[in-house]
Design a protein. Structure first.
Length: 284
């Protein structure tokens, strides 16, 4: 467990998956990024899949359990899992939740940073062949802009905005749409960090004078925050990403906030430090 004041945090692994390494760096030449993240013979690399469990303290939310992002979930066929390069040697997100003594029914709130399939595939699971909400007692918090874009995908986004991850939550009456920055509990809030998608949000935890930020895909890897111009090709609005990262970089430096990364395979968390005209994420 990680403690931020009176709040307990725990990463929940959903395994790893493989992506094209060049896509992670967009316009950055391979000669520059391959030393940071050496690709395999297929020019791919493995990324982590992590959800974040937050046990929020304070009244009236003492003990409220929040899960941020749900990984790829259990609905993939063996062939789909193979194509994604999905590996789960230590089990999936639900297995790791169970290791903490919790079941899906114990989750009060699910926050989706965005609705790409690697962040919300676990929102639902199959029961008798039909997709149903995985967390039966949870309210699912999603940015209204993100929901609209996910429900009406275009030629670029249809492969990652999947109805089976979304619509069963709405049908069950468990969907909560928010517009802009939102207070979740006394110690947890969301902040819009547009760029990777138009409705992308990060999650800020503040308690006892300490701060942590789950970045989501604002920064897939530590270099994406260390170097503002290093922007993933998967970002739908790269110039918005740049400005969202600039604002976040300046804010976390001022607050000495603990940064939490969902995908970085080597650095799940760290602190951003300024070394003259360069920035670096240092592991705690």
């Amino acid at each position: 467990m990680i403690r931020i004041g009176d709040v307990e945090l725990a990463f929940l692994s959903d395994g790893t998956f493989r992506v094209d390494a060049g896509g992670l760096f967009g316009l950055v030449p391979k000669t520059l990024w391959q030393g940071v993240l050496p690709p395999d013979e297929d020019n791919c690399t493995a990324l982590a899949l992590r959800g974040l469990l937050i046990v929020s303290a304070g009244r009236p939310e003492r003990g409220k359990r929040i899960l941020v992002d749900t990984g790829m979930g259990r609905k993939l066929s063996p062939e789909e899992a193979r194509l994604q390069g999905l590996q789960r040697e230590d089990g999936d997100l639900l297995d790791n939740l169970q290791r903490l003594g919790l079941s899906p029914a114990d989750i009060d709130i699910v926050i989706n940073t965005h609705l790409h399939a690697d962040h919300c595939g676990g929102n639902t699971l199959l029961r008798d062949g039909a997709a149903m909400p995985t967390f039966p007692n949870a309210e699912y918090w999603v940015q209204r802009q993100e929901w609209a874009d996910a429900c009406y995908p275009n030629e670029r986004t249809w492969v990652t905005y999947l109805a089976e991850n979304l619509l069963p939550v709405q049908a069950a009456g468990q969907l909560r749409l928010v517009s802009g920055n939102a207070r979740v509990t006394e110690h947890v809030r969301t902040v819009v960090t547009r760029g990777h998608s138009r409705g992308h949000q990060s999650v800020v935890i503040e308690s006892g004078g300490e701060t942590a930020v789950l970045l989501g895909d604002l920064a897939v890897l530590t270099p994406h925050l260390e170097r503002l111009a290093w922007i993933s090709a998967y970002d739908s609005e790269p110039l918005e990403s740049l400005e969202s990262k600039r604002a976040m970089r300046d804010w976390v430096l001022e607050r000495h906030a603990l940064l939490l990364f969902e995908h970085d395979p080597r650095t799940p968390m760290g602190y951003l430090i300024n070394e003259g005209d360069r920035f670096r994420v240092r592991a705690p």
